[in-house]
Design a protein around this ligand. Structure first.
Ligand SMILES: Cc1ncc(COP(=O)(O)O)c(C=O)c1O
Length: 369
């Protein structure tokens, strides 16, 4: 079976660097908020080109804490996408804020023209969480223009977009904050949970450092009601010494696989969702679309033929059962998001796929009857 992700191959590759990183932390005797977290934060800031990074416990927390620093609170409306990991909306709900869902484009990303129209009509919307989904980049300059024109606070959800650019501008550089995740399947994944808050603002960065650590601004000085949301030293060490040095190669490999899929998949019923014009994608995922009526048969066929598909995401966020108990708004009918969700199947695109496996995935799809 060609798996959706291959952690066995990844471990064989990173094993000696990861074990050395564990040893370093063990020998230091310092497990929480020490040199490894600091060094990794500095290395990630340099890689991304955003001055300040605070490591936190998850991508979910990274979004929630960023919104909170920007003043988002109970009852505030937050513009966001109906098609994402549930965590994007969960971060908003945890603050008591109200997600406002706008429909997507043909690639599965927020429709920024509709977002613009909504911000124009609704000056009460002061917060915006756009998601650079699938490793594609939304138009970074357009986001920046919205931030300036509408004075809206933007937290870019970059959980899937590390390494992605839009016309040479890195995702995460338009908003007041970028939030990312080190969930193991991510392009930069840890051996467990983790996340980071990135910002150009030193004062907000200081607030993030305090919030993640019980709201302490200095040892035993608690100025705000904070969280325990610290990135562990072991995760930071593994990210810094085993994962980050490989990230460039991994993204190149994902890009090469995406190009082969785009060139090779030729089937009347299977359409590659592709990447938006201008996006230099990091190809966290590779979604294809089949008609909703044929999706289950396609998924079964792939599994029988030895290819493990996955799905991102089968049900849009506002249609999740828990949303029946939550306050939210539809800014439009979100019909495109619903039909995308009903049709989407993700192909394996992890960087340890061999050329033969990529060829097999293409051959299997093209032979589907
Ligand atoms: C787009 C998106 N946002 C947020 C998250 C949340 O990240 P985490 O799982 O680290 O909380 C994820 C990852 O699952 C994600 O894919």
């Amino acid at each position: 079976m060609i798996p959706a992700n291959d952690f066995e191959r990844q471990w064989r590759d990173i094993e000696s660097d990861a074990l050395a990183a564990f040893r370093k932390v063990g020998e230091s005797g310092w497990y929480i908020l020490g040199n490894e977290v600091r060094d990794f934060e500095a290395a990630l800031a340099a890689y991304w080109g955003i001055p300040h990074v605070a490591g936190v416990a998850s991508g979910l927390d990274a979004i929630e804490l960023s919104l909170r620093i920007l003043g988002c609170q109970s009852g505030d409306s937050v513009l966001t996408t109906p098609l994402s990991a549930f965590a994007t909306t969960l971060a908003i709900l945890k603050l008591g804020a109200v997600p406002v869902f706008v429909d997507i484009d043909g690639h599965g990303l927020l429709n920024l023209d509709r977002c613009r129209d909504l911000l124009w009509r609704r000056p009460d919307i002061r917060f915006f969480v756009p998601v650079h989904l699938y490793g594609h980049a939304l138009d970074v300059a357009a986001l920046r223009r919205m931030r300036e024109e509408f004075n809206v606070h933007i937290v870019e959800d970059c959980a899937q977009s590390i390494g992605a650019h839009f016309r040479s501008e890195a995702t995460g550089t338009a908003g007041q904050f970028a939030a990312t995740s080190f969930y193991p399947t991510k392009n930069l994944g840890a051996l467990g949970d983790g996340g980071a808050i990135l910002t150009g603002n030193a004062e907000w960065h200081a607030q993030a450092l305090a919030l993640r650590d019980y709201g302490q601004s200095a040892k035993y000085r608690h100025e705000v009601v904070g969280y325990n949301s610290r990135l562990d030293e072991v995760h930071a060490a593994v990210l810094r010494h085993a994962m980050l040095p490989r990230l460039g190669r991994w993204i190149e490999r994902r890009r090469a696989i995406a190009q082969r899929y785009l060139a090779g998949i030729r089937h009347a019923e299977v359409r590659c969702a592709g990447s938006p014009e201008g996006s230099e994608s990091s190809w966290h995922l590779f979604p294809v679309l089949v008609t909703a009526a044929r999706k289950a048969a396609f998924v079964e066929y792939l599994k029988t033929a030895g290819v493990m598909p996955s799905g991102h995401y089968p049900v849009i966020i506002p249609d999740q059962p828990v949303m029946a108990h939550a306050a939210f708004e539809f800014a439009d009918d979100c019909q495109q998001a619903r039909s995308f969700a009903a049709s989407e199947v993700s192909l394996p695109i992890h960087p340890y796929l061999t050329d033969d496996e990529v060829a097999k995935v293409i051959e299997v799809i093209n032979a589907w009857k």
